[in-house]
Design a protein around this ligand. Structure first.
Ligand code: OAD
Length: 242
């Protein structure tokens, strides 16, 4: 398959499913997961902060990290890649589904509606005691940890951590959409974290086409129909606007 084939396949597809990872937010200035951590955090691996054990050991440290990331995403703006996916959703009417591994909320801010956030969302917190989910206060008014408005318990970041299960309904909806898709797009993900990375195979196994957009080769590349070695925004523009 070449770019012209990929473009026609996307244009003609009645059902499109999309998986995004940290790479689509790189152009909004948000570092990807596997980029070196910055500054103070350079000595931590994400796995050492994004886990139930880390939170049990040192909740203040884990909250400090997430509060910094929350401030960063609230200061960032969706980029052309997020905007093009919101436009693709409108073009495909009902035949569109977006699953993101990102917790930055930028897809929703760009106008994507048929969206599941497989790994949670940085802008909300969940009560350790009663599981109530609540928006975080605006960054300027926020001092972690947040306190549950319902029961007064301590709240944790509303993120799926290493070793935890993904939200079942969101994963099922994504799995159904990828199985039914004529074309799936896999954008800005290293394809190393399952079950999200496995969604591409749901489409391939049923004879659909899977197109990757990523400047670098990934674990998934050898199995996919076509790979566009571009950033998310340029790759989507090439596929949609050609
Ligand atoms: P990674 O950091 O693993 O991978 C980011 C991918 O984006 C890499 O393949 C880069 O080549 C690519 N990339 C970089 N810049 C790009 C650009 N401008 N346009 C397109 N692609 C670009 O991030 P994820 O694959 O999202 O999970 O990581 C998956 C999960 O691992 C995360 O959701 C997180 C982490 O553990 C949890 O927190 C549960």
């Amino acid at each position: 398959m070449n770019l012209a084939d990929a473009r026609s396949a996307l244009r003609d597809a009645r059902r499109v499913a999309v998986l995004t990872g940290a790479g689509i937010s790189a152009e909004s200035g948000i570092p990807t997961f596997r980029d070196a951590q910055q500054g103070l955090w350079a000595r931590f691996k994400p796995e050492d902060l994004a886990s139930p054990d880390a939170y049990f050991r040192d909740p203040a440290l884990v909250w400090e990290w997430y509060a910094g990331r929350y401030r960063d995403v609230m200061a960032a703006q969706p980029n052309a890649g997020h905007d093009l996916l919101a436009r693709l959703e409108r073009q495909k009417e009902g035949g569109y589904f977006l699953a993101t591994q990102n917790v930055d909320g930028l897809h929703a801010r760009a106008g994507s509606e048929k969206l599941v956030e497989l790994h949670g969302n940085l802008t909300t917190a969940r009560c350790d005691v009663c599981s109530q989910v609540d928006d975080l206060p605006a960054p300027a008014d926020f001092t972690p940890p947040p306190v549950c408005p319902r029961c007064g318990g301590r709240m944790r970041p509303n993120i799926v951590w290493f070793g935890e299960f993904l939200p079942e309904q969101a994963l099922e909806a994504a799995s159904d959409a990828f199985a039914a898709a004529d074309v799936a797009l896999i954008i800005g993900t290293s394809g190393m974290v399952y079950p999200a990375a496995g969604l591409a195979f749901e489409t391939l196994e049923r004879g659909g086409t899977v197109i990757e957009i990523n400047p670098d080769e990934t674990e998934l590349t050898p199995r996919l129909s076509f790979s566009l070695r571009e950033t998310a925004s340029r790759g989507l523009a090439a596929l949609m606007e050609g």
